[in-house]
Design a protein. Sequence first.
Length: 179
Amino acid sequence: QVIDGECMDELDAEPFDAVISRVGLIYFPDQVKALRGMHAQLKPGGYIGAMVYARAEANPFFSLPVGIIRRRAALPPPLPGQPGPFSLGNPDVLSSLLQEAGFKDVEIRSVRAPLRLQSALECLQFEQESFGALHQMLSGLTALEQDDAWAEIAEALGQFERQGGFEGPCEMLVVAAHK
């Protein structure tokens, strides 16, 4: 079945043993509603397991491009509570949302997960192909301005190339809780 993640309470299914989200919770406009829906679909004692990006400073492989695009497109910083890649990067915020949705015994661990690729250009290609939000952020710029932004991003990502490889610092928060 395909269903909007914020409408899980409308899902007609047997209760689940577990709900898993891999870098998805950060993009829900109403994160508490989504989590409440997930909670509602779990069996008593069922678990949620999720992974989100930690704070922006711990994820420069992604936060540097976002910052460059924000500056070039004259975009304001995200508002508190607004969805986005680093919206749940504070463990206290993540824990509070889960508790507000009804989850218990919230456990959060920070995990280093460096992004290892062949080169900075491969990382640039990965980001161009995988992160649609970057293209949305660039949409107000001309094609030439967009090309210049991507060139600046490629240069900034070059700082993570060493010994013929690319290693972009990345830190994830891994959370588990139960109903």
